[in-house]
Design a protein around this ligand. Structure first.
Ligand SMILES: [Zn+2]
Length: 141
């Protein structure tokens, strides 16, 4: 809709400008009632153009909102590393350290969810319920 809305708004503004010019030029010759009718028409045209421009502005802001939403995930991407079947925060040397984050949650939704110990041999994600082998998702590495 973006370019169509802009084209429509420009046409409406052009029409409103022409009507307004007519109102200004013919003010003396026009009856007061006719002047009011023209002024009302201009107002309606301006409102229509304003709505069209608002629609375009909202549509154009969507990609920027998407970038803002992705930005935290992109920043985190440089601070985490994959090791075996989990993600970890990177230490100063770039190696993973600390407790494991769910591999699946990060790769699907770019959210970091700490795994829980389910048993001596299994860890589990409290968000997606995926089970992992404890030996490939170690704690406190
Ligand atoms: Zn998960």
């Amino acid at each position: 809709m973006g370019w169509d809305a802009i084209t429509n708004a420009r046409a409406t503004l052009s029409e409103a400008t022409s009507t307004h010019k007519l109102l200004l030029e013919g003010n003396d010759a026009l009856a007061q009632e006719k002047s009011r009718a023209i002024a009302l028409a201009v107002s309606k045209q301006l409102i229509h153009a304003q709505e069209a421009m608002l629609s375009v502005a909202q549509e154009r802001s969507e990609p920027f909102k998407e970038i803002e939403n992705l930005s935290p995930a992109l920043k985190l991407r440089t601070k985490i590393v994959k090791y075996l079947d989990a993600y970890y925060l990177a230490n100063e040397s770039g190696a993973g350290s600390g407790d494991p984050y769910c591999l699946l949650c990060w790769e699907r939704s770019q959210v970091l969810i700490h795994l829980n110990r389910k048993s001596p041999t299994e860890n589990c994600c409290p968000n997606c319920d995926r089970d992992y082998l404890a030996e490939t998702t170690g704690f406190g590495i």
